[in-house]
Design a protein around this ligand. Structure first.
Ligand SMILES: *Cc1c(COP(=O)(O)O)cnc(C)c1O
Length: 474
């Protein structure tokens, strides 16, 4: 049969639109999308027929179209189980918000709010006003402003305070946080002239003092975040740096990165500089993130001296970097939780996960091990193992938190089997993301809150791909 003969059997878009399943699809997905997918599918079949391939039966065409519609209706920003052991995983969206923050954000989405409106006087208000007093109370700073993220906070602070002038920074602090944030690049784009002082491992007070001149706009101190210099090192602390800056009558900007508003020792973690400490040490401006240890939505805080914050707020870039009412509402509710440090671990998911006792996680691992054993049908060894979580997002980079998890180790065909299992877990209705570690897939359970949902979700594990592993010759 030649191609044109075969194509005569191909149903038209209109014919397919009349089939019961497609009528149902139009109901669900809307007519334009369905017509679009039908057209594309038929065009593809036509092309293949010209290459001598057979026309699939009508039922198969419909089935394929429905499956494509199903896939395209699914959000790609899918909720998932973060079992990587990294609590603040940048690629997985960092902090999970507190219930009160979610409620506040939802209310702000549904209704008009007094965002820039002073209810008392009935005149125009300022959006930063909602958080200013609270931030100042929690950090001891004179004033504060909020922008899109901490990268924006650094950009805006540098641009406002030292555009066209020198910004002095230690060579040991010219960090890269991730491809998109490299301190030298941000500094260049902010319009300041980068003046590097010291060496990678050692920077002295005299290096800073020697670099200060008539063109100096500020001194910048940067939290090293995701790496540490060890051995023969020397660093000038923020307090001494503040004196140097003060003597020269220039501001000191301290970029804390994550920063924290709480004493982490309280939650069994190592010390991370608090914003209050940074303010007390004499920095004129301190910048930090909203969605790292603070546990809120993405945001950047700039806190410090009133005159400088005013200068920052006058910068036209502030408008381009400001946050919307949804995030302001969530931030306000998140910050309020810090007024009650005793209950922070209960109310703030980030702190709850970080402070979760290993014994509790171990009990959870023991409950879930048999569920996975059943599902993996002897293709994998499932064992309860001790593992190490980390904070993530550059906070406490070298500190690990003792945790517990499930190690899934293939009996045969190691690498391939592991990759297939990881893929099968990722294609669950609610994807599960673990961590590959020395020949096993480890599911660190520190961040698993919904145990029941997790177990039910596993019931959908398609052994088609994962089970194929067992069938593979070793
Ligand atoms: C994470 C980090 C930033 C960037 O913060 P975002 O909120 O991710 O924009 C800037 N500086 C330091 C030191 C950091 O650790």
């Amino acid at each position: 049969m030649d191609a044109s003969a075969r194509l005569r059997d191909l149903p038209s878009v209109d014919q397919l639109l009349k089939s019961e399943a497609i009528v149902g699809a139009v109901e669900r997905f809307g007519r334009p999308v369905v017509v679009n997918v039908l057209r594309k599918s038929l065009a593809e079949i036509r092309n293949r027929a010209r290459d001598g391939r057979a026309i699939p039966p009508r039922a198969m065409i419909v089935k394929e179209v429905l499956s494509q519609l199903e896939t395209s209706a699914q959000s790609t920003l899918r909720p998932l189980f973060n079992l990587t052991g990294t609590v603040l995983h940048t690629n997985l969206g960092r902090a999970l918000l507190a219930d009160t923050a979610i409620e506040a954000a939802t209310a702000a989405m549904r209704e008009a709010v007094a965002l820039e409106f002073d209810l008392e006087s009935g005149t125009r208000g300022e959006r930063d006003d909602h958080l200013r007093a609270l931030i100042c109370e929690l950090t001891g700073a004179e004033d504060a402003t909020i922008v899109n993220n901490n990268a924006a906070a650094v950009l805006l602070a540098l641009n406002s305070l030292a555009r066209g002038r020198d910004a002095i920074v230690s060579r040991g602090e010219l960090i890269e946080i991730g491809g998109a944030f490299r301190m030298p690049d941000i500094m260049e784009r902010s319009g300041v002239r980068l003046v590097e002082v010291g060496t990678t491992n050692r920077t002295h007070a005299k290096d800073y003092r020697g670099a200060i001149g008539p063109d100096t706009g500020l001194i910048l101190k940067v939290h090293r975040s995701n790496y540490r210099i060890e051995g023969f090192t020397k660093e000038i602390g923020a307090r001494e740096l503040a004196t140097i800056a003060q003597d020269a009558d220039i501001p000191l900007v301290n970029d804390l990165g994550s920063g924290t508003l709480a004493d982490l020792n309280r939650f069994g973690l190592a010390h991370e500089p608090t914003v209050r400490e940074a303010v007390n040490e004499g920095a004129d401006i301190v910048t930090f993130s909203g969605d790292k240890l603070l546990g809120g939505p993405q945001a950047g805080f700039i806190v410090g001296r009133k005159a400088l914050i005013e200068q920052i707020n006058c910068n036209p870039m502030k408008r381009a970097l400001r946050v919307d009412k949804i995030r302001l509402a969530a931030l306000e509710a998140t910050l309020r939780l810090y007024r009650d440090p005793e209950r922070l671990a209960k109310n703030l998911p980030t702190m709850r996960f970080l402070a979760r006792p290993q014994a509790e996680i171990a009990a959870q691992a023991r409950r879930l091990a048999p569920v996975l054993e059943r599902l993996l049908e002897g293709a994998f060894d499932v064992s309860v193992v001790a593992c190490a979580s980390q904070v993530g997002s550059g906070a406490l980079p070298l500190a690990t938190i003792p945790s517990m998890g499930l190690a899934l180790t293939p009996h045969a065909d190691g690498g391939r089997a592991l990759a297939d299992l990881a893929a099968a877990l990722r294609s669950l209705p609610k994807p599960v993301v673990g961590r590959l570690e020395r020949g096993s897939l480890v599911l660190d359970l520190r961040c698993l809150a919904d145990e029941e949902g997790f177990a039910a979700n596993l019931g959908h594990l398609e052994m088609g791909s994962a089970g194929g592993i067992a069938d593979e010759p070793s």
